[in-house]
Design a protein around this ligand. Structure first.
Ligand code: HEM
Length: 431
């Protein structure tokens, strides 16, 4: 499920003006940012399946691919390449990061391909223009499989509801996420909770015990809103990325000291924590939660690029692929917070033309996006203000999936209490 967190929390922060204009065939270079690219017009790589050394098995996805092809794709005029799913692509990943083979197949088959997954077949989309088409045309594309499999959990909750029920409930919830409400919540909830977390961590700093970021996440979850797994995962991966990039960590800490001057962040301060916000934005590009979005075509349609889909077609939009594609982003695999112009707007689906879609887009976009960003910024700012941290050596950090991307075996950090550099803060701050 996209947001497995409870819906009892609420939102704002301004979204977009224009950061990146869509220029279909070219690299785009907004001032002082890295360019992003469009993959839709690039010729897809070869659709020839790679030879496999392993024998076919009747339980293997390659067998399922063949069966599905023969049963459902005999008359295929969709123009969509068919990915040949091989057992070795997924066998090591069962129970793990199943979105990773989708990335491998994108590199083999291009930004759109058809994949057999059991008796169904999915069209896997890794292209911003096609993702935009599907997400924006909500009337033509419903939640489909994701609503079916999570109905036991959500009942008729509006995260998976369709039609008039969804419209009515969404309208009812949105006002509760208004900016006025959020500005109060920053002070009364986010700051207080993050400060309590820091107090807890200080005892770990004193006795030298390692802290697992899973625990850190769980602490944040229980102190903030129950089930807030998405924001917890964002904080986990952002702290991981910063621990691997000391220059960015120092830059973020200096910014926190300069802007906050040893105080907790106010709602007004948040807009000045520009670099720290970009660290979170970039972390959500590299680790989007959830990594895939699911839709089902309600009617036959033609996707950008002249790919045809029939009514009933299941579609997976791999946000992970869009965010990691070298056709879409320069230095796609690197953590570069500055790729998003510090003086520009916060990146979102609109101002990146669906190249950056961590909160999805279109009518079913996350209602809690601004709430979540504020919460993450406040928690990270207070954490960086009071703690130094470093990754314990010898860990292999790998990904696994639930509703969000998790670390497979936790993330162990050594934490130490930190004094804000107030000398630096007072000489350079305008506060
Ligand atoms: C970093 C944190 C978060 C991330 C990454 C995230 C991500 C998403 C995504 C990708 C979707 C759209 C799924 C789709 O298009 O199928 C979504 C939907 C949703 N999110 Fe979030 N979310 C976050 C935080 C929140 C928070 C804090 C709330 C509550 C205040 C929330 C409430 C919802 C709801 C109610 C929906 C369903 C909206 C609808 O179907 O109309 N989310 N979220």
């Amino acid at each position: 499920m996209p947001c497995s967190h409870s819906l009892s929390s609420f939102s704002l922060l301004t979204s977009s003006t224009h950061l990146l204009h869509h220029r279909p065939h070219h690299l785009h270079k907004p001032s002082s940012t890295l360019s992003v690219k469009s993959s839709i017009d690039n010729k897809p790589p070869t659709t020839e399946p790679k030879p496999s050394s392993k024998p076919n098995s009747w339980v293997s996805p390659d067998w399922l691919t063949s069966l599905t092809q023969s049963l459902t794709l005999g008359e295929d005029d969709s123009n969509i390449p068919i990915a040949s799913a091989k057992l070795e692509d997924v066998s090591e990943l069962l129970g793990g990061a199943l979105f990773l083979p989708l990335f491998k197949w994108m590199n083999e088959y291009g930004p759109i391909y058809r994949l057999a997954a059991g008796p169904r077949n999915f069209v896997v989309v890794s292209d911003p223009a096609i993702a935009k088409h599907v997400l924006r045309n909500y009337g033509k594309y419903a939640k489909g499989l994701v609503a079916e499999v999570s109905e036991f959990l959500f009942g008729s909750g509006f995260a998976i509801a369709e039609g008039p029920l969804w419209t009515a409930r969404r309208r009812a919830v949105v006002p509760s996420l208004h900016k006025k409400y959020l500005s109060v919540i920053v002070d009364r909830v986010f700051c207080k909770c993050a400060e309590r977390l820091v107090e807890k961590l200080k005892s770990n700093a004193v006795n030298g015990s390692a802290v697992s970021s899973v625990q850190l996440r769980d602490d944040l979850l229980s102190m903030l809103v129950a089930g807030h797994e998405t924001t917890g995962s964002v904080l986990t991966w952002t702290s991981y990325l910063l621990s691997k990039d000391p220059a960015s960590l120092t830059k973020a800490q200096e910014e926190v000291d300069r802007v906050l001057q040893g105080q907790p962040p106010s709602y007004e301060d948040i807009k000045d924590l520009k670099f720290l916000t970009r660290c979170i934005n970039e972390s959500m590009r590299l680790y989007p939660h959830p990594p895939v979005l699911i839709r089902r075509a309600k009617v036959a349609d033609v996707l950008p690029g002249n790919y045809k889909v029939n009514a009933g077609q299941d579609i997976m939009i791999s946000v992970y692929n869009v965010h990691h594609s070298s056709q879409v982003w320069e230095r796609a695999e690197e953590f570069v917070p500055e790729r998003f112009d510090l003086e520009g707007p916060i990146p979102n689906e609109t101002n990146t033309d669906f190249r950056y879609i961590p909160f999805s887009g279109g009518p079913r976009k996350c209602v809690g996006d601004q709430f979540a960003l504020l919460e993450a910024i406040v928690a990270l700012a207070i954490f960086l203000q009071h703690m130094n941290f470093e990754l314990l050596p010898g860990q292999t950090i790998s990904m696994t999936t639930g509703a969000t991307i998790h670390t497979t075996n936790g993330l162990y950090m050594k934490v130490a209490e930190r004094q804000a550099d107030l000398a630096f803060a007072s000489t350079t701050s305008s506060r």
